[in-house]
Design a protein around this ligand. Structure first.
Ligand SMILES: Nc1ncnc2c1ncn2[C@@H]1O[C@H](COP(=O)(O)OP(=O)(O)OP(=O)(O)O)[C@@H](O)[C@H]1O
Length: 320
């Protein structure tokens, strides 16, 4: 449904989006993650035909951006980060205005209006002046406006930013619901939001895609590492750390502040077996032996924190 190939944006001599390629199939809800300034908004604005790319191609529902930018725009409902609403207009009046701008035929307007008001749960406020609405309701008006021309694709730039927790839940539910019959790209900084809403995640950093997969695959498969936590009784800390770091499959051992050991491992099951054997052989009591996979936040920080990425690229794996 959305095909992005080698998409690049350069400002003067600085490339802020560097040859980005990805494909979003019909019906997918894709989370677009990245730190501030990573290039998310620039990428989304290029896909929506609001910003000309320096290089690369975009196709939305088979329509080529370079050949038919208005055709692309008509297939996308775009909710920008700071949605431009007219505070003095009433909700219904604003949505009619947007329908006219988007070229919705006059005879279809009543039906489209009723549909988006219902879908975005705006029935109670449709005659209210936009300036008097809460931020959550204003965001829903923005979504309704993005949907008015029946686009198959929705591109949402940080739709929950600045909302209170209850409004966040409502907007997320609405996005999940819209994801049932739209292809969605959702940019956000909120990692649990991605886990709840998106089937697939793209992480962009410094204008480049650094990860692409399901949240589960990113957590478990990206580094291949999981953590095994060990608490021992009757063991000298330094000696035990030394023994644990020599076990097969252990990449790194950290001593936590409470004296437990955290092992970065490739195969948790095999390592737990080895830890058990080593402890029994030395007469140590095992008080805890548990395994956890990294959170999406761990993966995100690992991929987007410069020093760690560079250290990893240089093959520096520390053994404590
Ligand atoms: N018109 C412009 N001229 C020059 N540089 C720009 C322009 N617009 C954006 N940039 C730069 O491009 C980079 C990417 O910006 P972009 O807004 O796409 O990032 P982002 O990932 O959306 O960040 P945020 O999460 O903060 O919204 C930033 O370094 C920004 O300063």
């Amino acid at each position: 449904m959305i095909e992005v190939q080698d998409l690049t944006k350069r400002y003067f001599d600085r490339e802020v989006v560097k040859s980005v390629s990805f494909f979003v199939p019909e019906g997918e809800v894709l989370g677009f993650l990245g730190p501030n300034g990573a290039g998310k908004t620039t990428t989304m604005r290029m896909i929506c035909a609001y910003l000309p790319p320096t290089a690369g191609t975009v196709k939305v529902a088979g329509v080529d951006l370079a050949q038919d930018p208005l055709g692309v725009r008509s297939r996308i409902g775009y909710l920008p980060e700071n949605v431009a609403l007219y505070p003095e207009m009433r909700v219904e009046e604003f949505l009619r205005f947007r329908a006219a701008i988007e070229g919705v035929p006059a005879k279809e307007v009543p039906e489209r209006l009723a549909y988006v008001i219902d879908r975005c749960m705006l029935g109670d406020v449709q005659r209210q002046v936009i300036g008097t609405l809460s931020k959550g309701y204003r965001q829903r008006v923005g979504l309704a406006a993005a949907l008015i021309h029946k686009p198959p694709v929705l591109i949402l730039d940080e739709p929950t930013v600045g909302l209170d927790p209850r409004q966040i839940v409502k907007i997320r539910e609405l996005i999940v619901e819209l994801g049932r019959d739209h292809t969605v790209i959702l940019s956000t900084h909120i990692l649990p939001e991605v886990e709840q809403v998106c089937r697939r995640v793209l992480i962009i950093d410094q204008g480049q895609i650094v990860a692409d997969g399901t949240p589960d695959a990113l957590r478990t498969g990206f580094s291949g590492l999981s953590a095994v936590t060990v608490e021992l009784e009757g063991a000298d800390g330094t000696a035990a750390a030394e023994v644990l770091s020599r076990l097969e499959g252990v990449e790194k051992v950290e001593v936590l502040t409470d004296g437990r050991f955290q092992l970065s491992v490739r195969d948790g099951k095999a390592v737990r077996r080895e830890v058990f054997r080593a402890a029994v052989a030395r007469g140590w009591q095992i008080l805890e032996l548990s395994q956890s996979v990294p959170s999406l936040e761990d993966v995100f920080l690992r991929l987007t924190t410069r020093e760690e990425v560079e250290a990893e690229a240089a093959g520096e794996v520390s053994h404590a």
